[in-house]
Design a protein. Structure first.
Length: 209
């Protein structure tokens, strides 16, 4: 299948087959693809947490309106933003750039000033919105990567984020849950897989100027 066929094939899977699990290589490839997602300045102000522990997932299910995807999917991925975005995050990023591209840190001074200026200008609420948007960009990449690999996924917002933070101990790690995705393989009797995909006609979706 080409990319359009794969994206037409994918849907927000409502019922997963709990007996089918991703191979380790599949999971690693999807995570790697997600890490290649676009983000503002390339800063990646979030983390992806992979939850496999059945007991933890049962706790998370209880604060997710008991949606079965939480426990039935092969893996549950949590996208969590940094709650306090600080200069040290930018410093670590600059060190990574310098090391990866074999540059002197001073060669990045101009770029570093721009990124730190952006971070400093954000108040708490604005920072939460900005970092959350970056996590959603990564979610989109995850969904596309799953489709490309023949893996099913369900992006989800129906959960108590504060409860997730508590169960996963995220506050102590300066993280806050933004959005989640259940990843695995559709159940044979999930009727939604046969529903025709509904999207706006392209003439309504796009405007040429």
């Amino acid at each position: 299948m080409d990319i359009l066929e794969k994206l037409t094939w994918r849907y927000a899977t409502k019922k997963f087959d709990p007996a089918r699990k991703l191979e380790q290589g599949q999971l690693e490839r999807i995570i790697r693809a997600t890490s290649l997602s676009a983000s503002s300045y390339g800063l990646q102000p979030y983390k992806v947490i992979v939850v496999t522990d059945p007991a933890v997932r049962e706790q998370l299910k209880a604060v997710s309106w008991n949606q079965p995807q939480i426990t039935d999917a092969s893996h549950l991925l949590i996208f969590a933003r940094y709650d306090n975005l600080e200069e040290q995050h930018v410093d670590q990023y600059m060190e990574n750039i310098a090391s990866t591209r074999q540059l002197q840190r001073t060669q990045l001074n101009g770029f570093e000033d721009v990124v730190k200026g952006t971070v400093k200008a954000l108040d708490k609420d604005a920072a939460a919105i900005w970092t959350g948007k970056q996590a959603y960009l990564a979610l989109g990449t995850l969904l596309t990567a799953c489709a490309a690999d023949g893996v099913d996924a369900c992006p989800m917002e129906g959960f108590n984020a504060a409860a997730y933070d508590e169960i996963l101990g995220l506050k102590e790690k300066n993280l806050r849950t933004v959005v989640i995705a259940a990843v695995g393989f559709r159940a044979e009797d999930d009727g939604m897989q046969h529903a025709k995909k509904v999207r706006k006609p392209l003439e309504d979706f796009v405007e040429l100027v």
